[in-house]
Write a protein that binds this ligand. Structure first.
Ligand code: HEC
Length: 286
């Protein structure tokens, strides 16, 4: 009987040095490939960090960063309530549905119907929980009253950034030169939006610095007539509203992060298996 096993080993042995050489060469390119991939990832990561930091650029005022967390359902619930009570009168947010908000914020549909929906549909019936978060103000009415139609706020947390929104809601001050609303805003000078939260925050007046270039710059805002909330409570309120607006602009964020972690764990598991498999395959060669 011919011993094939022996034969094979014999041939295998004669090829050994060449194979080993090839393996070494392959290893080398593998390493450099890793390095290229690594540096590409690094560059992408730094570009991302840079982009998210510079997102709110363009405003003359230093923006404040609110401590918000889209995983905090209580904060989102408070924000949703404040939003429908104070903002939905003028602004629409109709890329979102009430039913989806109920689901994401851990509320029952009855809760939402009773506490978050104050609008009616075209037939005058209370808005249904499956409807979009729209308001009842017509565009013409908006233009007539404010000169501009109050914009849809569904995606503002993305276009302006959350720091911008938070600081905007904090920076209204009394300015008699603005005939229509009587207020101006440090972040958005000349804005057509009235200070709708004045009962809560109160009125702020500007503190002027030294005259420079023929004008006296505003250096700070002073709370000259306090509202129903303390400064900290007001900051919490607008942080909740900002958080809710961040949620509306990216409702899937929490799910995405959860799925992302599962995918990464799966890939690491797969990496381990692939590595062991590779070791097994090349065991006899090197
Ligand atoms: C009385 C009507 C009215 C109410 C109520 C109101 N706004 Fe406004 N808002 C406006 C108008 C008008 C503008 C447009 C301002 C401009 O472009 O000059 C505006 C603009 C904004 C902007 C800037 C959007 C952009 O990208 O330019 C934000 C953010 C905003 N509002 C947030 C809010 C929030 C949050 C609330 C609730 C706390 C609220 N608004 C309540 C009328 C209103």
């Amino acid at each position: 009987m011919v011993d094939y096993r022996h034969n094979r080993r014999y041939h295998g042995d004669s090829k050994r040095p060449r194979v080993a050489l090839r393996v070494k060469a392959a290893r080398k390119t593998d390493n450099s490939r890793f390095m290229i991939l690594g540096s590409a990832l690094l560059i992408a990561a730094s570009a991302l960090i840079y982009a998210s930091n510079s997102k709110a650029a363009g405003s003359a005022v230093e923006l404040e960063t609110p401590l918000i967390d889209q995983g905090n359902q209580r904060s989102l619930q408070r924000g949703a309530q404040a939003f429908v009570n104070n903002c939905l009168g003028c602004h629409s947010a109709d890329y979102n549905r009430y039913s989806r908000i109920a689901q994401d914020l851990g509320l029952s549909e009855e809760d939402v119907e009773n506490n978050l929906i104050f609008t009616t549909d075209d037939a005058g019936e209370p808005t249904k929980v499956g409807s979009l978060v729209s308001n009842n103000m017509t565009k013409d009415y908006g233009r007539q009253s404010f000169g501009v139609v109050p914009p849809n706020l569904s995606l503002t947390a993305r276009s302006r950034g959350t720091d911008w929104i938070y600081t905007f809601l904090k920076s209204f001050y009394v300015d008699p030169s603005i005939g229509t609303t009587g207020v101006n805003n440090l972040v958005y000078p000349g804005t057509a939006m009235p200070h709708v939260l004045w009962q809560k925050q109160g009125w702020q007046t500007p503190v002027y610095g030294e005259e420079a270039h023929g004008a006296r710059p505003i250096t700070a805002l002073e709370l000259s007539d306090p509202g129903s909330l303390s400064a900290e409570e007001y900051d919490d309120l607008i942080a909740d509203i900002t958080n809710f607006m961040a949620y509306m602009a990216d409702p899937i964020k929490q799910t995405r992060h959860r799925v992302g972690i599962i995918v990464m764990l799966f890939l690491f598991g797969l990496l381990a298996i692939a590595y062991l498999l590779k070791k097994e395959y090349w065991k006899d060669v090197t």
